[in-house]
Write a protein that binds this ligand. Structure first.
Ligand SMILES: Nc1nc2c(ncn2[C@@H]2O[C@H](COP(=O)(O)OP(=O)(O)O)[C@@H](O)[C@H]2O)c(=O)[nH]1
Ligand SMILES: [Mg+2]
Length: 209
């Protein structure tokens, strides 16, 4: 039995080299838009419900490279078994609501509780609470309310706009920075702008390309 398990593992050595980020949130808050803006640099105004998509990008990790794997989930009505599986496999989590919907922030609560239940504690797990659609004027959730929720959850917080491309790369880099066990950068060496190099110096870390 034991031998079989080991054989199985050795056939998939690349697995351990993946850094898995899972994006959760109610339907329509902009999960897919954030992921597509980040991965492809595109934005669309039409709403196409997502089943579940995973995107991969090579990033640098501890002086080597690894695969950043981003799973864009279907929303808060994901199958419970699928939700549990993505949480147990995930290394880091992005919890998205829309600043135009207080309800969408409410819908994150059971998801956060489940992350907590499965991971035991979120203290050593990168979690970012994200208020998306910051470009919208019909605001239902104030920035300070998002900040307060993040403080209660002991996680990081950011407002973004996938539409205006505001804070999108920053979101992913900040999330990676939260992981103290690895030194990860979206940037595969040598291509940083002077602005980013300055930011690196300040933080003592690498940053976005
Ligand atoms: N104004 C605005 N609309 C957005 C933003 N992000 C997404 N949307 C729109 O919100 C709708 C839902 O986006 P989508 O990414 O499919 O949401 P998902 O269900 O969470 O994946 C779409 O019509 C998007 O165009 C944003 O930052 N600002
Ligand atoms: Mg979607």
């Amino acid at each position: 039995m034991k031998e079989q398990r080991n054989m199985h593992r050795s056939r998939m050595p690349e697995q351990s080299n993946d850094y898995r980020v899972v994006v959760f949130g109610a339907g329509g808050v902009g999960k897919s838009s954030l992921v597509l803006r980040f991965v492809k640099g595109t934005f669309r105004d039409t709403y196409i419900p997502t089943v579940e998509d995973t995107y991969r990008q090579v990033i640098s990790c501890d002086k080597s490279v690894c695969t950043l794997q981003i799973t864009d989930t279907t929303g808060s009505h994901q199958f419970p078994a699928m939700q549990r599986l993505s949480i147990s496999k995930g290394h880091a989590f992005i919890l998205v609501y829309s600043i135009t919907s207080r309800q969408s922030l409410e819908e994150l609560k059971p998801i956060y509780q489940q992350v907590l239940a499965i991971k035991g504690s979120v203290e050593n797990i990168p979690v970012m609470l994200v208020g998306n659609k910051s470009d919208e004027t019909q605001r239902e959730v104030e920035t300070k309310d998002g900040e307060a929720q993040a403080a209660a959850w002991k996680c990081a917080f950011m407002e973004t706009s996938a539409k205006m491309n505001y804070n999108v790369k920053e979101l992913f880099q900040e999330l990676l920075n939260l992981d103290k066990k690895r030194n990860m950068s979206l940037n595969i060496d040598g291509k940083r702008s002077s602005k980013q190099k300055r930011a690196d110096k300040l933080k003592g870390k690498c940053s976005v390309m």
